[in-house]
Design a protein around this ligand. Structure first.
Ligand code: FES
Ligand code: FE2
Length: 335
């Protein structure tokens, strides 16, 4: 017993479209700010190693309290400095005890030989912001990590590092924000207005727009959403009767993956139990939203083929991604 043979009804003459540049393709990565660890993971006097791009970096905090990020391998003979120590504001290699200062320059050898001029670590632009340490891939940052509309002294924030990597490049997650179709289809948002493609506020390094919608269970939201570069999402606005600020950074710890770091911010109110209750709501919302995206992000082979009018902003972001600057100045140092 066998079924009839299913015959093709004329195969499509359009294949899926062209691929976007993958991170690491031709040895370069998007010049964007990437989260590398939580501030709380590097106390003063501590050093830690993190994989980043296609190599490894160290993040350390000297007695001046400043977090700095540099290439991990000692230019002497290549020991991994993450197993070294912080001495004052310097990093000391565990192998022959050479010391590197806050600029990455070798300032001392243990046996007293003069420090070779060429003995330098690659120092990344580094910034600490909302409890996360961010590293810029490139010599000079193109854009700043955004601040919430509510000033810092009026908010309480918490920062998070998600336990599992996602199986796609950071920009794939970033491309969810201009993808207005997906807010409705994946996250159950019902827009109260026409898709605001015409009101998206673009600049050279990203965009922002406002959505007025009913979220799941009909909760009214009025959020401003935005993307900076290829690796940072931020949103703010009312969720029902309170304001939530959210910042999500997409790290690049390994080629082909990204790692999610997030900040949730709430406006200060007198009643601490109310703050706790709101954090619980905001955390549940964040985990649910990322959870709704995760199977898709972990399996997608992102390849824009046939876009529609509903993809107007997505289409512009994909163009932005294709033209985005990529480089790898730290390449010779971090591997
Ligand atoms: S390898 Fe670092 S001091 Fe020798
Ligand atoms: Fe999403």
């Amino acid at each position: 017993m066998r079924s009839e043979i299913e015959l093709p009804n004329g195969n499509p003459d359009t294949r899926l479209g062209t691929l976007l540049p993958a991170e690491g393709e031709n040895g370069v990565f998007a010049e964007s700010w990437y989260p590398v660890c939580l501030s709380s993971e590097v106390q003063a006097g501590q050093i830690r190693g993190e994989t980043f791009l296609d190599g490894k970096i160290i993040i350390f905090r000297g007695e001046d309290g400043v977090a700095r990020a540099m290439s991990a391998y000692c230019p002497h003979v290549g020991a991994d400095l993450s197993v070294g120590a912080v001495v004052g504001n310097n990093v000391q290699c565990a192998f022959h005890l050479w010391e590197y200062d806050g600029s990455g320059t070798c300032v001392k050898t243990f046996i007293g030989d003069p420090a070779p001029k060429k003995a330098r670590l690659f120092k990344f632009p580094t910034q600490e912001c909302y409890g996360i340490i961010w590293v810029f891939n490139g010599e000079k940052p193109h854009w700043n990590i955004p601040e919430f509309e509510v000033p810092d002294d009026k908010i309480t924030f918490r920062s998070y590092r998600f336990p599992d990597y996602f199986n796609c490049d950071p920009w794939v997650f970033a491309a969810n924000t201009p993808d207005m179709q997906h807010f409705k289809a994946v996250h159950g948002a019902q827009f109260a207005i026409d898709d605001p493609h015409a009101n998206v506020d673009w600049d050279d390094w990203g965009f922002r727009y406002k959505i007025i919608a009913a979220h799941q269970k009909g909760i009214p939201i009025e959020w401003t959403l935005g993307i900076r570069g290829t690796s940072l999402f931020w949103q703010e606005g009312p969720y029902g009767d309170f304001w939530i600020g959210g910042l999500v950074g997409f790290g690049l710890p390994v080629v082909g993956k990204h790692e999610v770091f997030a900040v949730l911010a709430l406006e200060n109110v007198e009643d601490e139990s109310l703050v706790e209750e709101r954090f619980e709501t905001a955390e549940a919302l964040m985990h649910r939203t990322v959870g709704e995206d995760s199977d898709i992000l972990n399996t997608i082979h992102y390849r824009p083929g046939t876009l529609t009018k509903g993809d107007t902003t997505l289409s512009r972001y994909l163009k932005f991604l294709r033209a985005y600057p990529r480089s790898h100045a730290s390449g010779p140092f971090i591997k």
